[in-house]
Write a protein that binds this ligand. Structure first.
Ligand code: ZN
Length: 378
């Protein structure tokens, strides 16, 4: 069984997939949601595979079948029990094969396509939405520091607070005992904050969520150094008997909500940028130019964007965003023109340049401008 994919691995794999050379062989991109069980995703996969096979030319079918078999084999043998989403990229042809599977603790939609190159949109959307963050979970008896990476949890530190031995007695009044206890707790929390600061710096973390006993998380929040306080996303109450999985699920919802707010802020910057000449562009053609000139700072895509018809010449690589493909390429004259979905090409170009993609949920101006836009570098 394979491991769950981390954010760093996802970044590397996006770069690999974005740079894959096209061949005549069909490339299968397969995203499956595993939450409803194997009967559900197997049926979806088999139905889609059969439908796609009927659209292929006869000579492509055997390569396609081999690519599909490799996916089936992986699904039958390699899935981890905790995985909620799987993404598989498979291509086969004489003289070469490519297979890249990834499993995630975060869910993915059911989405399967055959195309000359990999379709990266859902990988980029997953990276944008789930990303990674740190949780500091504090209770009276212990503090735990967790890393949530694409929805998967690892415990980075777990420290118990030493028990207080002193008892209220002859020489310890209750008030004295209480003030002593508070002081010890404060000292303990300060140590934990220093540990948190070190772990966040070492891991390059930029998002933090506090969870646990509200009195303690309040005290921690007030004591956070500026560098860490600026990264605080949210604070969530949790009892010491709450299951860690439930607490993490609550932090994940808070994180996704914060990510949505961030994406609304990006959308607002985009709208402002369109009003101000030279800060943003809209539409697939302008985005394509910006990406080609390496001027794109961020690509914005509406979550429910429509495919953008275009064509590309396999001989010279020219890509145009226009609905009707000419019989021969106007640049090189060869008859190697194929229709393409320009969005797929734009996402691939962004992936090659490590240009982030922001998936925007509700933004009417962006939809009115074709559902695709780009923030420009200054
Ligand atoms: Zn050409």
């Amino acid at each position: 069984m394979e491991r769950l994919t981390t954010l760093d691995e996802l970044r590397k794999n996006i770069a690999i997939l974005a740079c894959i050379e096209e061949t005549k062989a069909p490339f299968v991109s397969c995203y499956l949601n595993l939450e409803k069980g194997d009967l559900s995703y197997r049926k979806i996969f088999e139905d889609r595979a059969l439908a796609m096979r009927n659209t292929l030319e006869v000579e492509a079918c055997s390569d396609f079948d081999t690519a599909i078999d490799q996916i089936k084999h992986y699904l039958a043998e390699q899935l981890r029990p905790g995985a909620k989403g799987v993404a598989l990229f498979s291509r086969h042809f004489r003289g070469g094969a490519f297979f890249l599977p990834m499993q995630f603790a975060a869910p993915l939609p059911d989405w399967i396509a055959v195309y000359p190159s990999p379709n990266l949109f859902h990988l980029m959307a997953l990276k944008d939405t789930y990303h990674r963050y740190v949780v500091l979970l504090a209770n009276k008896a212990w503090v735990r520091i967790l890393e949530v990476n694409l929805g998967a949890v690892t415990i980075k530190a777990w420290t118990e607070q030493p028990e207080l031995r002193e008892r209220v007695g002859r020489e310890w009044t209750k008030a004295h005992y209480e003030s002593h206890r508070r002081e010890r707790t404060s000292r303990f929390l300060k140590e934990q904050i220093r540990l948190l600061e070190r772990l966040m710096a070492a891991g390059g973390h930029t998002h933090l969520i506090l969870a646990g006993d509200p009195r303690l998380t309040g005290e921690i929040r007030r004591a956070l150094p500026k560098s860490v306080a600026g990264n605080l996303v949210d604070t969530i109450p949790a009892a010491s008997w709450d299951k860690q999985d439930d607490v993490v699920a609550a932090t994940l919802s808070a994180f996704i909500e914060c990510e949505e707010q961030e994406s609304q802020a990006v959308a607002a910057r985009f709208v402002q940028g369109i009003r101000t000449q030279g800060r943003a562009v809209a539409g697939a053609t302008a985005c394509l130019d910006a990406l080609r000139q390496q001027r794109a700072d961020m690509l914005l895509l509406a979550r429910d964007h429509l495919p953008e018809p275009g064509w590309r010449c396999a001989a010279c690589g020219v890509l145009r965003i226009e609905p009707h493909a000419p019989a021969a390429c106007p640049e090189c004259g060869k008859q190697s023109v194929q229709p393409v979905d320009a969005t797929v090409e734009l996402v691939r170009l962004a992936g090659q340049q490590d240009c982030p993609i922001e998936v925007v949920d509700h933004c009417d101006p962006l939809m009115a401008l074709g559902g695709i836009g780009c923030l420009l570098r200054y």
